[in-house]
Design a protein around this ligand. Structure first.
Ligand SMILES: C[S@@+](CC[C@H](N)C(=O)[O-])C[C@H]1O[C@@H](n2cnc3c(N)ncnc32)[C@H](O)[C@@H]1O
Length: 284
């Protein structure tokens, strides 16, 4: 059995767990049910050691100290967010973008060479944003005349750092079609590192910034063509989901599309007039 001192170093008391859960739900919108306690304790451990606290409860007691709070909240958010993502995740969305959404949007723009705006609103490490950029760039090489920009936003600074470098381990490109891997990724000179990097041509049209979907307003253009908001709404309460979807839709141009994750198709009731084109695809 673990000695009592050691136990309190590793385990959060009920009160301390509630403090963190309330803080995270209020700031990020993510619910932390009791089942997440073990995960939280495990992930906080490294941070507690780095700050030289005797244990996780002492860390929570000091969290609200004026100077510490802002920087620590950033770390805490990195600790509690689930950042799982993939290139070409839920690939039917990228097929829809190529075959239906972009042709319809180009028609609606009605100008010679429009500039399409794509927003990956919970971008994690950038794979969703870069996948969109690859598909759009490929379209411009095969006859479609347009330019595009992709914005990726996320609340976690750790994933945004990775997204900006665009350096990934080679194994994550497995779902990317072979010809796209050749065209859109560079291999590290030192092969033993097993790393690839997105090519500069895509990096220079893809930008990332920190943004909290819980914020009262978003510093993003209001004529976005396609918004991806995938695999993040599931972590929010229904009312938060509704507000987020409503706000996102207010950033779409008329005829613009909102794409959500496969388990998030409930959003259509959130915005009056939002058209459900497919189970996880909506149009304003
Ligand atoms: C599971 S990942 C999904 C990534 C990508 N959209 C996909 O489907 O592959 C969820 C992302 O949402 C981000 N996130 C969670 N709460 C957020 C919030 N309130 N505002 C912005 N991003 C948030 C997390 O940091 C995480 O990177």
């Amino acid at each position: 059995m673990m000695p009592a001192m050691q136990q309190s170093a590793v385990h959060l008391s009920d009160r301390h767990f509630r403090t963190i859960a309330e803080l995270i739900e209020g700031q990020v919108g993510i619910k932390l049910p009791p089942g997440k306690r073990l995960m939280l304790e495990g992930r906080l451990h490294k941070r507690v050691r780095a700050l030289n606290y005797t244990g996780v409860n002492e860390y929570v007691d000091n969290l609200f100290d004026g100077d510490l709070f802002d920087s620590e909240l950033t770390h805490l958010i990195d600790v509690v967010t689930t950042n799982k993502t993939d290139f070409f995740r839920e690939p039917q969305h990228f097929d829809f973008m190529r075959e239906t959404a972009v042709p319809a949007l180009l028609k609606a723009h009605g100008r010679k060479s429009p500039n399409l705006k794509i927003w990956s609103s919970a971008s994690s490490t950038g794979m969703e944003a870069y996948t969109a950029a690859m598909v759009l760039d490929d379209m411009t090489r095969t006859g479609s005349r347009f330019q595009f920009r992709v914005l990726g936003t996320d609340i976690s600074t750790a994933v945004l750092r990775l997204a900006k470098t665009a350096i990934y381990t080679r194994d994550v490109v497995a779902p990317v079609p072979e010809n796209f891997v050749k065209r859109y990724f560079l291999s590290a000179r030192d092969r033993s590192r097993g790393e690839v990097r997105v090519v500069p041509e895509l990096r220079c049209v893809t930008h990332f910034m920190r943004m909290n979907l819980m914020d009262a307003s978003y510093p993003v253009d209001r004529d976005v063509d396609i918004i991806f908001c995938r695999n993040v709404l599931i972590y929010f309460e229904r009312e938060t989901q509704r507000k987020v979807v409503q706000q996102l839709c207010s950033h779409l141009r008329p005829g613009g599309y909102l794409l959500v994750g496969h388990s998030e198709s409930m959003v259509h009731s959130a915005v009056p007039g939002l058209k459900q084109v497919q189970p996880t695809i909506f149009q304003v």
